[in-house]
Design a binder for this molecule. Structure first.
Ligand code: SF4
Length: 226
């Protein structure tokens, strides 16, 4: 196993996937630190900056919603998950923006330990493309303040494209992106109302019914889990 790569881990806990196609599946959520995309409505802004003052020596010190992180090898991550998160058979790698790192050693170690591995990425980085993930969800972040471009090749290799919608222009932007990328017909397209807004929910409902797409609701916000 490749012990050279040490991943910046911000958080790790057992949860139930609240969004998208895998809603309701018990998962270990592994949150890697660092993101330069800059979405204004981001739920995890504490993960954005790699501030050396917030690097800590152990994962126990990093756990929780805070800007602290620690560097771990793939094997150390697997050992922690085995010891502390015994139930789920899925691990969801998220962030931050996890695809900025070479994720192949991490995926291999988790799969070797018997886990299936999913990722959620903004589509602005490609570190996951050859990593062998069992499920890839791209939530394309377009025209964000960080100035990062969505890479079309991330969409053609996605099982799920989950787009956050606040206004009709967001749907137009997605349609243009899909026309440019031409993802396979098996890729599931989900629309997710931004911040569970009622107006955005109505727009998403109308659109998924018109296009034969899928609605993604942030169910974890309704049932009180993070
Ligand atoms: S890509 Fe994800 S972590 Fe990064 S700013 Fe956007 S929502 Fe937040």
């Amino acid at each position: 196993m490749n012990q050279l790569i040490r991943y910046p881990v911000n958080d790790c806990y057992t949860c139930v996937q609240g969004e998208g196609v895998q809603t309701g599946v018990a998962m270990v959520l592994l949150r890697l630190h660092g993101c330069a995309v800059g979405c204004p409505w981001c739920d995890t802004k504490e993960t954005w900056l790699m501030d050396p003052d917030h690097e800590v020596a152990t994962l126990a010190e990093a756990l929780g919603a805070n800007p602290r992180y620690t560097h771990l090898t793939a094997d150390e991550i697997v050992a922690h998950i085995r010891d502390h998160n015994a139930g789920p058979r899925w691990v969801l790698v998220t962030g931050g923006e996890p695809a900025q790192y070479d994720l192949a050693p991490l995926v291999a170690a988790l799969q070797e330990a018997g886990y299936r591995v999913a990722i959620e990425t903004s589509g602005t980085e490609v570190g996951h493309l050859q990593a062998g993930f069992d499920w890839v969800c791209v939530s394309p972040k377009l025209n964000m303040p960080g100035g990062k471009e969505v890479r079309l090749e991330t969409l053609t290799q996605a099982h799920e494209i989950k787009h956050v919608v606040g206004r009709s222009q967001d749907i137009t932007d997605l349609e243009e992106l899909l026309a440019a990328a031409q993802p396979p017909a098996t890729t599931q397209i989900c629309l997710q109302p931004v911040s569970t807004s009622p107006k955005a929910t109505e727009l998403c409902l109308e659109t998924v019914m018109a296009r034969g797409w899928r609605l993604s609701i942030q169910t974890h916000k309704y049932i009180g889990v993070k």
